[in-house]
Write a protein that binds this ligand. Structure first.
Ligand code: TXA
Ligand code: MG
Length: 348
């Protein structure tokens, strides 16, 4: 299959957008930018399109897809009930990086929801995403546009690397703003529950709907706790080299990573180091990448997945990362980093 590359980094190209919409309406797949990560879009109401999404990604089909809408009026067709909490959260955070789990209507094929009787819904804020949804009939199922198991794509080139030749079109909207996937909140529970942390923090959610719990399955690396979102159980975001997080007091962390990187070198290996602007230049061994500055945590979330992919390309033998327990995004960043590390942490 020839994959069309559509450049919309500067502005939306109306002709290509109409073409993209017609591809999705006729059952094809288009990757597109959102404010979180790039998505791989197909018609959410077409079971065949959902099957194609799973096949292109190599994703297990019990892992449900998020349905993306462009206006609140579209919600009633795909859900059987809209709780007040959903309206309040939509008012506060849509369009934006929040996905809500709601009871599904019979219009949504079970292929899209991985057989569940609930559906995940999000209204993204990226103008290219919104325009594509409108041109495609209003309902786009879109997982992150990576091959299953690889870090989510934060640039069109990442999508190209994973999916060229397997999908109909890639729309390039430039690098994304947030860089980690949306917060998922389950509103079908008695107390709303966060199934995946993201840019919208639990405190921001509580400020709107009161009590909110964190899925206990997220915290534990004990496999007897199963996360409720099927996708959170997979070893996602995994770089090829083994990743180890070093956590503790700043100077001690730096010293330990420096020592570990030197040891890797002495053993004929090459370490990749994930540092910050504040201390990247202090390392003298390994390949050092700064994830951003601790004083502006979104620079870290935006960069992280790209660095993991870069270390894959550079064939490092091991990756050491500082921990990023920053105020708003720390929970989400550490959730992704811990998963990528298979929960290997050195405390210093
Ligand atoms: O930011 C995002 O959410 C991006 C962009 C493209 O919108 N999308 C994304 O999709 O991250 P994906 O497929 O990579 O992750 C969706 C997550 C999976 O962990 C899946 O198991 C969970 O959402 N999920 C989807 N539907 C669900 C449902 N009905 N109940 C529980 N979890 C659900
Ligand atoms: Mg994903």
């Amino acid at each position: 299959m020839n994959t069309i590359r559509a450049d919309m980094t500067k502005s939306i190209d109306p002709d290509l957008m109409v073409l993209a919409g017609s591809i999705i309406r006729s059952g094809g797949l288009v990757a597109f930018p959102t404010e979180t990560v790039y998505g791989l879009g197909g018609n959410a109401l077409d079971p065949e399109a959902s099957r194609r999404i799973y096949a292109a990604k190599g994703r297990p089909s019990d892992n449900p897809l998020i349905v993306h809408i462009a206006d609140l009026g579209s919600l009633s067709r795909i859900v059987s009930r809209i709780p007040d909490s959903a309206l309040a959260l939509a008012d506060a955070f849509w369009p934006g990086p929040l996905t809500m789990i709601l009871p599904r209507s019979s219009e949504v094929p079970s292929e899209t929801t991985g057989g569940l009787d609930t559906v995940a819904v999000r209204m993204p804020s990226h103008p290219v995403a919104l325009e594509l949804i409108r041109k495609s009939g209003g309902y786009i199922a879109a997982p992150s546009a990576n091959t299953s198991g690889r870090p989510s794509p934060t640039r069109a080139q990442h999508v190209y690397d994973d999916l060229n030749g397997r999908i109909d079109m890639i729309i390039d909207g430039g690098p994304v703003g947030i860089g980690i996937e949306s917060t998922i909140i389950d509103l079908t529970e008695e107390v709303p529950m966060v199934l995946r942390p993201g840019f919208i923090s639990i405190d921001m959610l509580r400020a709107v709907v009161g009590e909110v719990r964190m899925d206990p399955g997220l915290r534990a690396d004990d496999p007897s706790f199963r996360p409720k979102a099927p996708g959170m159980k997979y070893r996602h975001y995994a770089p090829k080299a083994s990743l180890i997080i070093v956590e503790g007091e700043e100077n001690a962390v730096r010293a330990r990573i420096e020592e570990l990187a030197r040891e890797a070198e002495e053993n004929g290996g090459l370490a990749g180091i994930i540092a910050t602007d504040e201390d990247a230049s202090s390392y003298t061994h390994g390949i050092v990448r700064s994830a951003g500055t601790r004083s502006d945590e979104i620079t870290i979330s935006r960069t992280l997945f790209g660095i993991l992919r870069e270390f894959d390309d550079l064939h490092v033998s091991v990756i050491y990362s500082e921990a990023f327990d920053t105020p708003q995004l720390g929970t989400a960043i550490m959730n992704r980093l811990l998963k990528a590390a298979g929960h290997q942490v050195i405390l210093v």
